[in-house]
Ligand binder design. Structure first.
Ligand code: F0G
Length: 440
């Protein structure tokens, strides 16, 4: 526990950047749902039988068979987390001039695509860009936009297409099975492989079960298997729906691609039966992947997010609707219209949430995505100014969430008194992690 006075000193000392605040000074940490969940007794038990053989460990065999059983892909390549899988996939499949469409690329995905000299394009449907739209599958890819870019760039320059489930950068919104089938149909015509960024695959399947016709009687696993059957492979951050603190993998059905990927893996991650992880980590992921398919768990998970979102809406706080799977996103531009985008309304709100309630969140707006022109120094703000409240898995009780709601109620009453911030120091890229601020 910390007091408001203590937190005022802490945040000032951290130069108003929540990434610089120590975890013990945070009461409720909603910075991310990545690797921050609680592992189950079964996962901890499995960790105890980790087989740390360098090659061919039993832990890998168990991990591989679980991944194949759920996802159905031929080759399973372990990596230390999602972005390592991305780096290897795009290094093998892309080159200068390639184009990779996605509903919305997550920031590491975009960065890894661009690092190979390729272009990363976001083709989410228009509803996905409208914070107020209640469309049930706001993560869907726009089929017409996909056809247009294939025509514009040529299928020969599109080595793969990605679909992110759920669409994190678009508010944790799901993708429908129908949309995946339609994307696949277009891609098949041009022989373009489809890969899933499957970080939150089980949450996406839960939304399909409850929102899409024809899936109410199917199990989560059946829905996942069907979705993956339209794909040629996937990348996975097991820190999300893998329910583990660390881990990831890369899957493909293509033998030659798998061979190239394993060669690269050995270069930087490790031998293909551990890929930068300990055998015990593979065990934790194998168990977590089975636990995440439990419908009562998913019911609790999605209800918790919805509960938080609905209560914030009731207070009058504008959020990205409907609440997503893993997080609630507050529209700080709408909540604090008196703070101009380049005085970072999202940063202001997230600092106030820490000051008033010890709650840590992350700004997803102009601090993260604002572009500073290298020559003129002129800054262009981001399209949206959001604050993400990400919920770690199996971590909070309803009273924790109620506490967050109470803090937000208090902030709402004095929101017009909040002021903006200016950046006093920043690195040349990924500035949100280390930038320093001052109140305006
Ligand atoms: N893809 C998506 C959709 C993600 O949300 C993330 C990570 C990654 C890939 C990369 O995985 O972290 O294991 O390397 N998202 C975290 C977040 C960091 O806070 O949303 P990673």
């Amino acid at each position: 526990m910390t007091t408001e006075t203590e937190r005022e000193a802490i945040i000032q000392h951290a130069h108003f950047n929540l990434f610089k605040v120590n975890a013990q000074d945070v009461l409720i940490d909603l910075l991310t749902d990545s690797g921050t969940g609680a592992m189950s007794s079964e996962q901890w038990a499995a960790i105890m039988r980790g087989d740390e053989s360098y090659a061919g460990s039993q832990s890998f065999q168990r991990f591989e068979s679980v991944v194949q059983d759920i996802f159905g892909f031929k080759h399973v390549i372990p990596t230390h987390q999602g972005r390592a899988a991305e780096r290897i996939l795009f290094s093998v499949m892309c080159k200068e001039g390639s184009v990779v469409p996605n509903n919305t690329h997550f920031d590491t995905t975009r960065a890894n695509v661009e690092y190979t000299g390729a272009k990363a394009l976001d083709l989410v449907i228009d509803e996905g860009l409208d914070p107020k739209s209640l469309y049930p599958f706001k993560g869907n890819m726009d089929i017409e936009k996909l056809k247009d870019i294939i025509e514009k760039y040529g299928a020969e320059n599109i080595p793969l297409c990605m679909i992110t489930i759920t669409n994190n950068s678009g508010g944790g919104q799901p993708v429908s099975m129908e949309n995946v089938k339609n994307v696949k149909a277009v891609l098949s015509e041009f022989d373009i492989p489809l890969y899933f960024d499957a970080a939150r695959f089980a949450e996406n399947a839960y939304f399909i079960k409850h929102r899409e016709e024809g899936y109410a009687d199917k199990t989560i696993k059946e829905i996942v298997r069907e979705m993956m059957s339209y794909g040629d492979g996937c990348t996975m951050s097991a820190k999300k729906d893998g329910m583990a603190n660390i881990g990831g993998f890369l899957c493909t059905n293509d033998d030659l691609t798998a061979q190239h990927e394993k060669d690269l893996l050995i270069l930087t991650e490790g031998f293909p039966t551990y890929g930068g992880l300990a055998g015990r980590d593979l065990e934790a992921v194998a168990v977590g992947l089975q636990e995440v398919l439990d419908e009562s768990y998913l019911h609790y998970r999605i209800s918790e997010t919805r509960y938080l979102g609905e209560h914030l809406s009731e207070i009058g706080i504008p959020i990205l609707l409907p609440p997503g799977g893993h997080a609630v996103y507050i529209d700080a531009k709408a909540l604090l219209p008196h703070i101009p985008p380049l005085q970072y309304p999202g940063q202001s709100l997230s600092i106030e949430m820490y000051r008033v309630g010890g709650i840590r969140t992350v700004e997803i707006g102009s601090v993260m995505f604002g572009k500073v022109d290298a020559e003129s120094g002129i800054e262009t703000p981001s399209e949206m100014e959001l604050v993400r409240l990400a919920l770690p898995r199996r971590t909070h009780t309803q009273s924790h969430i109620d506490y967050v709601i109470e803090v937000m109620r208090k902030i709402y009453k004095s929101k017009d008194e909040l002021s903006g911030y200016k950046i006093t120091k920043q690195p040349t890229f990924l500035r949100h992690f280390t930038a320093e601020f001052k109140p305006v």
